[in-house]
Design a protein around this ligand. Structure first.
Ligand code: ARG
Length: 267
C-alpha cells in the first residue's frame, strides 16, 4: 500500500510540475515575444569625426567614441526610445554620408550656420555655441589673428570653419601656406613641431587641448570669425527623425540632464 501511495504521489507531483511549466512557459514566452519586438528598433547610425575632444574623441583603451556629443545623444535616445551606434569618419564626409544613406544622424560639433550646410542637410536646434581661437606655441609673441604675417603658416581641420578660414587667408596672401588636415591631433602636432605658427580651432576644443598642453601652447588674442551654433543634422527631408531629436534635446534640457553633461565635460 505504501508503495502505491508513493507511486501516486510521484505521478501527481510530475503532473503538477508539467502543468506549471506549461502555464508559466507560455506566459514567459509571450512576455519574451513582446520584449523581443521592442529590442528590434532600428539602429540609427550617428556619424562623427572623433578627434574633437571634448565633443568627441576615441578612448585610447577601449576604442569607444566618448565625449559630450555621445553622452548628449545617448540621453536624447533614451528619452525618445532610439537605438544608436557611432561611426567615425573624416569631417568633410559627414554631410555626404547622411545624403547617401551611409549614416542617419550627424553629431560632430558642426556649425549649422556655416556656408551652404543648411542647404545640404536638415539641422536641428542648437545644442552648443562657440567661436574660433588661434592656438600658438607658448613662446610665441603673436598677439592674435590680426597679427599673423604673410611668411607664416596656419593649420586647421579640412572641411571645417577653421579650415575654410586658413584657406581663405592663403588665397588672400595673408599667410604663406594653409595646412588643412583630417585630424585635429595632427594639427596640434604641426604646431608642436614648429611646422606651423598657429592652429585655428573652436574655443572649447582649444581649451581642452590647453588643459593637457598648457606648458607648450596658449591662445593668442581674442575669439574671431562668425559665432557658431552646433547642431545635429539629418538627411534633407527626414523631419520625423529631426523632430524626435529636437524633442529629446528640449526634454533633457528641461530635466537638467543637459546641464549635468555640460558640467561633466566642460567644467
Ligand atoms: N565647429 C567647426 C565646424 O562646424 C569644427 C567642427 C569639427 N568637428 C569634428 N568633430 N571634427 O566646421
Amino acid at each position: 500500500m505504501k508503495a502505491f501511495k508513493k507511486y501516486l504521489a510521484m505521478i501527481l507531483g510530475a503532473a503538477m510540475i508539467f502543468t506549471l511549466a506549461a502555464c508559466g512557459g507560455g506566459a514567459d514566452n509571450s512576455a519574451e515575444t513582446d520584449d523581443s519586438s521592442d529590442s528590434e528598433a532600428q539602429v540609427l547610425r550617428v556619424v562623427t569625426e572623433a578627434t574633437f575632444a571634448p565633443f568627441e574623441s576615441t578612448d585610447e583603451d577601449t576604442g569607444e567614441i566618448i565625449g559630450f556629443d555621445p553622452d548628449m545623444m545617448a540621453a536624447i535616445a533614451e528619452d525618445q526610445g532610439l537605438t544608436l551606434e557611432w561611426i567615425n569618419m573624416e569631417f568633410d564626409s559627414l554631410i555626404p554620408a547622411v545624403n547617401s544613406n551611409q549614416g542617419d544622424i550627424i553629431c560632430a560639433g558642426m556649425n549649422k550656420l556655416a556656408g551652404d550646410r543648411a542647404q545640404m542637410a536638415d539641422f536641428g536646434d542648437t545644442y552648443f555655441e562657440s567661436d574660433l581661437m588661434l592656438l600658438v606655441k607658448s613662446d610665441s609673441d603673436l598677439s592674435g589673428i590680426d597679427a599673423v604675417t604673410s611668411d607664416m603658416k596656419l593649420a586647421s581641420q579640412i572641411g571645417t570653419t577653421g579650415g575654410d578660414m586658413v584657406q581663405e587667408m592663403k588665397e588672400e596672401g595673408k599667410i604663406a601656406d594653409s595646412v588643412v588636415l583630417n585630424q585635429w591631433t595632427d594639427c596640434y602636432l604641426q604646431l608642436q613641431n614648429g611646422e606651423v605658427q598657429g592652429v585655428i580651432v573652436d574655443k572649447p576644443v582649444g581649451e581642452a587641448y590647453l588643459k593637457s598642453h598648457g606648458d607648450i601652447a596658449k591662445f593668442a588674442g581674442e575669439s574671431f570669425g562668425d559665432h557658431e551654433e552646433f547642431a545635429f543634422a539629418v538627411k534633407k527631408g527626414n523631419t520625423e527623425l529631426l523632430d524626435k531629436l529636437n524633442a529629446g534635446l528640449a526634454n533633457i534640457k528641461a530635466s537638467g540632464k543637459y546641464e549635468e553633461l555640460v558640467d561633466k565635460w566642460f567644467s
